[in-house]
Write a protein that binds this ligand. Sequence first.
Ligand SMILES: Nc1ncnc2c1ncn2[C@@H]1O[C@H](COP(=O)(O)OP(=O)(O)OP(=O)(O)O)[C@@H](O)[C@H]1O
Length: 497
Amino acid sequence: MADNPLTSSRSSTTSTKPIPSIISPTASASASASASSSSFGTPTSRISKKKPAGLDISKSILKPTRAAPGLPSDSNTNGVTPRDNGGVFVSEADRLREEIANLQLSSKSTSSSNNLSLPDSPVNSNSQHSDSSSTTNTTSASGKKKSTKKSSSKHKDKDGEDLVKDEDLEILAELGAGNGGTVTKVWNKKRGCVMARKLILVDAKPSVRKQILRELQIMNDCNSPYIVGYYGCFPVDVHVGVVIELMDAGSLNDIYRQNGPIPIEVVGKVAEAVLHGLMYLYDVHRIIHRDIKPSNILANTNGEIKICDFGVSGELINSIANTFVGTSTYMSPERIQGAPYTIKSDVWSLGISLIELALGRFPFTDSQDQESESEDEDFDEDPTLPLNTQRPKISMSASNSDKKEKRKSKGVSLAGGGHTMSILDLLQHIVNEPAPKLVSRKRDFPEEAKVFVEDCLYKDPGQRKSPQDLLASDWISNSKVTQEDLKIWAQSTISQD
Ligand SMILES: Nc1ncnc2c1ncn2[C@@H]1O[C@H](COP(=O)(O)OP(=O)(O)OP(=O)(O)O)[C@@H](O)[C@H]1O
């Protein structure tokens, strides 16, 4: 009987390599042992999406409790822990407030960036396609946008007032939840526009706090039409409230789960935007994203596609075991094995994400877990799986809303139904088996797209293409998709019900 490549830990043609020194035995053991359904708050807006239990492994396995790792156990009921500061007791909240105040001061003094304009509408004027922001952009040889310096802080308006203050924000709806915290859509009463606010629980460990603050600083300094705009941050108890540009079409993860596979021409534009974003982060800030995945690629109804979460959650990846588990599914083979991380690892994650968007399912899906969804014609089986593991075709009609519900439950299932793939199986699979390809039983993809994805997914990072080379590829340079096309597509993804 043929091995199911998803559950087999070795193939007949490849040798099993040792798996990661970076997985702590505790994390992996708990990962296998405590898999359970995820639970998020019920969405309250059109772009609030519940993630399925399966795909986002971290949610189902090791959802963090309110107590942050490293928080001393003597935290009082407010989550405020008194600390001895040379004889004076300082609460965690006060310490955080002070650190954020310092951060904002330094952002004012370095003012490296550019002014990030407040949106007149939900769409940030710092556009991918029309440089109407107050920033002067120039294009470098690599195609990235560089900005000239502006004298004022982008956290302040022309009267020197903070652009965002907690008290000015009115919560409208929950947009989603991740490992780091929850994201809500907010109305800025003072500025008269909508924004997104992410609440991040701050770790009490000084090293992690320092890292978070450093990354907030980087977010502050970023100015690229391919990076979600940042408006400011403030302390909220032991959280940091980070206010960012609202991307009103939501994440690409949300979009495909609600609407089915993303048209391959649009996927090409996604690839282009992500590559520009990665190059900007690397060329200008010397940082690597480290967490490229569909939920970190956002779209707006102006047809813009931007990346987010390169900072805070990225830095936490290696310091929090549960976050590591959640992110690991997009990890490159070399990273899983603990080898040095380069921008080519982000390219791998992009390749996996592109297949996911084009097929409407995570490439490493165990399709045996999806029999209940077999009537859904839009989604793809994994053609690399043996036929007897494919879910049976059952002809039955389902209403659109039924279909949408079913789509939400797609993904790698680590628990339930007797057909499970542990995180270790998945990591073994990524390391030992051939990389997935952009192939489908149901649709033909252009050869250029297939080659592009293959170039992203060479298991040897030396062979894998760089972002520059990928941007010069035929698939990207021959694209006929216009800004207007992307706008129409993005608007069509927002359900009218
Ligand atoms: N700027 C934004 N505009 C609109 N929706 C957003 C924005 N930022 C985040 N979201 C939504 O909130 C969800 C949660 O985001 P968050 O960054 O906290 O976690 P995540 O990326 O989904 O998961 P993880 O914590 O594993 O990285 C996203 O999946 C997306 O649906």
